[in-house]
Design a protein around this ligand. Structure first.
Ligand SMILES: [Zn+2]
Length: 307
């Protein structure tokens, strides 16, 4: 398979699939009907977004993207927004509120190119040093919603689902009922471990349950290959196993770093980025009341130390 590739999932729905578990290499989606289109997420860099938009334009015969639905505010899903000027950009109110806490393209460039010798700088250089963030202006949403919102895209009905906190402070999924397809954003990862930025692992499990409750058969994760229901159930089971183990460590009074190392040893498995288990462990600790939610850079440091 070409990578990345725009994969046709129905006559009116496509997924932009990056068959990669690398940081910053994210999936997206588009629904197009009657000459109008709705895009779910952009990409990390302007070049990556241009490539995707070119493929979408070709596949949809020049359909006009009128709306961009943003899954959450991480740069790998939003830093191409400026290439769609004048369009409606919609996300959940919780997601929009968190925009000011996100790391900026300038900060990430600085962090990954500083050649610092501390663990965080080295981790950032290794995973983000090759991206070109120049020219990016962060464009936030033009409108927000809460709960669920049904929309028409030409002849197609779609539903925006406000998942609440989980991966991020507020995640949004796109449900296409006529096709049985859910675009999950980073509520799902395939082939790699979950990142818990929100400080609640329980909320991540709840988001997966909400996605499963749609009855969808095909799930487009934020990162990695397409998933079927069985894959999503496996993913959920993995999260709950980590949750049980980490919660037991929290109740036993084990320091977070030690608990994360034990969870890493037990659950790394064959998935990419097992160091992200630090964020899951911290989420379980916060859920158990054993810890305040950590800031982004504290979470990155925890991962970098574990890697
Ligand atoms: Zn992502």
């Amino acid at each position: 398979m070409m990578n990345p590739a725009l994969r046709s999932l129905s006559a009116t729905t496509w997924a932009w699939v990056q068959d990669s578990t690398n940081w910053g290499v994210s999936n997206a989606g588009v629904v197009s009907s009657q000459g109008v289109a709705l895009l779910f997420d952009t990409q990390f860099t302007l070049d990556a977004t241009r490539t995707m938009l070119r493929e979408i334009d070709r596949a949809t015969s020049g359909s006009r993207i009128e709306t961009v639905v943003v899954s959450h505010q991480n740069g790998d899903h939003t830093w191409g927004n400026q290439l769609l000027p004048g369009r409606e950009i919609i996300t959940s109110a919780a997601s929009a509120e968190h925009l000011c806490h996100e790391i900026t393209p300038e900060q990430l460039t600085q962090l990954s190119r500083a050649r610092g010798t501390d663990s965080t700088s080295r981790y950032a250089a290794r995973h983000f040093g090759d991206f070109d963030f120049s020219g990016i202006t962060v464009i936030g949403p033009t409108r927000t919603f809460t709960g669920r919102e049904e929309r028409r895209v030409g002849d197609v009905t779609v539903e925006l689902i406000d998942l609440g906190p989980g991966h991020s402070a507020g995640d949004v999924a796109l449900w296409v009922p006529g096709d049985g397809i859910v675009f999950a954003g980073d509520a799902l990862f395939q082939g790699g471990h979950m990142i818990v930025w929100s400080g609640s692992l329980a909320a991540c499990v709840q988001s997966v349950d909400t996605l499963l409750a749609t009855g969808a058969q095909v799930f487009v994760p934020g990162h990695g290959a397409l998933m079927e229901r069985a894959d999503v159930i496996d993913f959920r089971d993995g999260l709950t196993q980590v949750q049980e183990a980490a919660t037991a460590h929290a109740k036993g009074g084990l320091p977070l770093d030690e608990a994360a190392a034990r969870v890493h040893a037990e659950f790394a498995g064959g998935l990419a980025h097992p160091e992200r288990l630090f964020t899951a462990t911290a989420g379980a600790y916060a859920d158990a009341g054993a810890l305040e939610s950590l800031e982004v850079l504290e979470l990155v440091k925890g991962m970098a130390d574990l890697a």
